[in-house]
Design a protein around this ligand. Sequence first.
Ligand code: BMA
Length: 342
Amino acid sequence: MFADKNALPQVKSLVEKIERLAQLGYAFGHQDTTSYGIGWKNNGVVYRSDIYDVVGDYPVVYGFDIGQIEHGHLKNLDDVPFDDMRDLIKRANLDGGIITISWHADNPISNKDSWDTTKAVSYILKGGVAHDVYRGWLGRVAAFLKSLKDDFGALIPVAFRPFHEMNGSWFWWGNPNCAPEDYQQLWRQTLAILSDELEVHNLVYVYSPNLIQNSDEYVLNYPGDNYVDMLGIDLYQHGSVVEFKNALRLNLQILKDIATHKNKPYALTEVGVDKIPIAKWWTSVLDEVVSGTGIAWVLLWRNHTPEHFFVSYLSHDSVPDFIVFNNKQHVLFLKDINGIKV
Ligand code: BMA
């Protein structure tokens, strides 16, 4: 039933929760929301989020990234200590949030970052020269995922989104740096090693291509229904509002059709426009297209600096519109799903 045949009951509960959310509206998500924001960093004492500063509420979906865990580093690629990340995950889970984790893994052949496109995937598959290195990496990924426990010692379920945007050319696991068949093998082998060998059983597996032109492109790298629990799409606004809305509409329609046919939940696993240059972007662009499409959530990327951010922060021009957006009945923040508004 789930990609991991031995998935824990928490995995089932998480999928059911995701499905319930999609019936109520769609949930708001933010990457690294409690790790840092504009002008501040989590210090382990004050629990904070730019979103909370603006609307007095937290997102439902909390995104984290475990890039660099593969080397056993203490901090991820964006300088977030893994010990702090674990604490923030615990807190988000306790508060009723949903955890999703991506993995900007370094290139296992060149040892440069995820964006280094040196050919790598075929070498880390079974029989490849770097397969053992990759196994070692998964050992460290597994150790972290298995360390995510609540106060009662129960494992926290995670919507795991490895090797995302595989139809884009920028990551070493993306086309054309990796053939679709190799990608599918990488996915299936990763799942088998994590679940069967390393006994990681708290994952909902999420497949998420970047912007697509048609459904063939969506399924080009798809590893198969038995290996995926949830479907996603990543889509950013780089050009005009009109172009973006058209692309978003088309992509959500394709995603919905495929997901409905496969009977799997679906989400906009990354979306946004860097620096929010349009004051009413939340209501007049995002919500206008996303509302009523049946997606479970939208995940906005990180608030890094005033030159790179995706969610309104205090004093930004988009704040009034973000408040209107937050007040919409079908846009779900944490208090909404914990029974206060709906
Ligand atoms: C990208 C940018 C990078 C960051 C990476 C992983 O979209 O935000 O600065 O390192 O995501 O979070």
